[in-house]
Design a protein around this ligand. Structure first.
Ligand code: AHR
Length: 497
């Protein structure tokens, strides 16, 4: 089977923003406690944070981290998480029925972000709290005025403002599971007022309106329309969330998931354009795909009032990793719309990393993220051509190859990320950049395996790891031979013709 793709270096869709390689840390299960923070672990330093996790997240090139939720944020009071640790109150967490010690709060989180070289993205509670508490948090974090919350931050040892630039206005507020769920018009009023207040205090920030929780919701898009119409002038992004599943246990169908991801992005692109047209506006609003991953096996949210219960500890296999690659390909294909995205989540909870007190495991889904963020940089390129198709169950006929390509003007490198969705056939991809001469291959790496269900485990941590891919430049064409069920990234030096 064969696919032939071509492009030119100026056939660009948009710059791939580093913020699409974001991540998400929620006070949920063992993500914060026993995940990023574990004073009892031999891998932790004097601050209690795990240095092996920091190292792995740096390797993952995490650009941005959304915090502290998720559902958690909608009943969370940020003021519980500041000041001397022994004075912080323990609380019950409504979202996950767990106990929250508040040992980690916004100050520790921002300090930790610096260590992984990522930008913090703060979410405010618009469920049980409102604009006033969000404004107090922004004052505490970002201002340098002689006022109560700034004085308190300085008394807590943080003399310089944290300078948080990204602010999420609540989370999934159309979800019946959400503390303080409201109808769209009410959320829109709340989000608009909060955004105005926050930007009034710090005009350098950007805000993200909470979009509908997902395509499965009856409120999908209609919620977003109402929110965008009300908040158009005050927000910079609308959020989308999606978790993919293989409940049907049909690998061929599951591997066509990229089609659905494209559909969601295209739905939002259309909606954003529609509202922009209604408003006769010059302004752009972008999509923040700030929760995405495969998630369907470990779904119990009942922590039975324990601290750091084992919740949502999904084990990822090969087919999941191939879907994860397709999410990033889709974000790159629509670099004109998706300017921010967060893989949910960082550690232990639906995550690419798992910890025990002594060890760290990189799951299968770690590797496509690592590879793509490292090599797919610069401008996203529009690809022409195509090739073999296959029958993918409910998705109908779908291309066997899912692809995205980039051109980095600085280095002259062109990179291509390709997933072979076929469960049983290898596939040849031929790729031309019509206005460039192809030179040396800088990297050709693939993730593959014989068994779609193969996972990495603490006992067998390298069952699915990257290996060299088969790629060569022939004539002026890049040839890649992909085994069945594989993802490859190939980056090649190019020169102007
Ligand atoms: O990431 C897990 C949960 O999924 C988040 O808390 C919520 O926003 C989403 O429903």
């Amino acid at each position: 089977m064969k696919t032939i793709l071509s492009t030119t270096a100026d056939n660009t869709i948009g710059l791939v923003h580093r913020r699409v390689f974001g991540n998400f840390v929620e006070h949920l299960g063992r993500c914060v406690y026993e995940g990023i923070y574990d004073p009892g672990s031999p891998h932790s330093d004097a601050t209690g944070f795990r240095t092996d996790v920091i190292k792995a997240l740096r390797r993952l090139g995490v650009s941005t981290v959304r915090y502290p939720g998720g559902n958690f944020v909608s009943a969370y009071d940020w003021r519980d998480g500041i000041g001397p640790c022994d004075k912080r109150p323990a609380r019950v967490d409504f979202a996950w029925q767990s106990l929250e010690s508040n040992a980690v709060g916004i100050d520790e989180f921002v300090s930790w972000c610096k260590r992984i070289d990522a930008e913090p993205m703060a979410a405010v509670n618009l469920g049980t709290l409102g604009p006033a508490e969000a404004a107090a948090m922004l004052e505490y974090c970002n201002l340098d005025t002689p006022t109560q919350w700034v004085k308190l931050r300085k008394a807590n040892g943080f003399l310089e403002p944290h300078g948080i630039k990204l602010w999420c206005l609540g989370n999934e507020m159309d979800g019946p599971w959400q503390a303080g769920q409201v109808p769209a018009h009410e959320y829109a009023l709340r989000a608009n007022a909060t955004s105005k207040l926050l930007k009034g205090l710090d005009p350098t920030i950007q805000t993200i309106a909470a979009g509908s929780s997902g395509r499965f919701m009856p409120t999908y898009l209609e919620w977003d329309r109402q929110v965008l119409e009300r908040c158009w002038d005050t927000v910079d992004y609308i959020s989308a969330h999606r978790y993919s599943n293989n409940h049907a246990n049909n690998t061929a169908e599951f591997l066509a998931e990229g089609v659905e991801i494209d559909r969601v992005i295209s739905d939002y692109a259309g909606l954003i354009d529609y509202v922009r047209g209604l408003k006769r506006s010059e302004k752009r609003v972008y999509l923040s795909f700030d929760e995405w991953n495969v998630w369907y096996r470990q779904t119990s949210g009942d922590g039975r009032w324990e601290t750091a219960p084992h919740l949502l500890e999904e084990l990822y296999n090969l087919e999941d990793a191939l879907v994860v690659a397709q999410y990033l390909n889709a974000f790159i294909r629509r670099a004109d719309v998706v300017k921010m995205a967060c893989l949910a989540q960082a550690v232990n909870v639906i995550a690419p990393l798992m910890t025990t007190r002594d060890a760290l495991l990189k799951q299968t889904n770690f590797y496509p993220v690592e590879l793509i963020q490292k090599w797919m940089i610069g401008a996203s390129l529009r690809l022409n051509g195509g090739g073999a198709m296959y029958k993918a169950g409910k998705h109908g006929e779908v291309p066997v190859i899912d692809s995205a390509a980039t051109f980095d003007m600085g280095s002259g490198r062109v990179a291509i990320s390709v997933v072979n969705r076929s469960v049983d056939s290898s596939h040849e991809v031929r790729f031309k950049v019509l206005d460039r001469n192809l030179g040396t291959i800088a990297i050709a790496t693939q993730l593959t395996g014989k068994d779609a269900k193969q996972t990495n485990t603490f006992e067998s941590p390298t069952a699915i790891v990257p290996q060299p891919a088969s790629a060569s430049v022939e004539g002026n064409e890049l040839h890649i031979t992909l085994p069945s069920m594989s993802h490859a990234v190939v980056c090649v030096e190019t020169r102007e013709r």
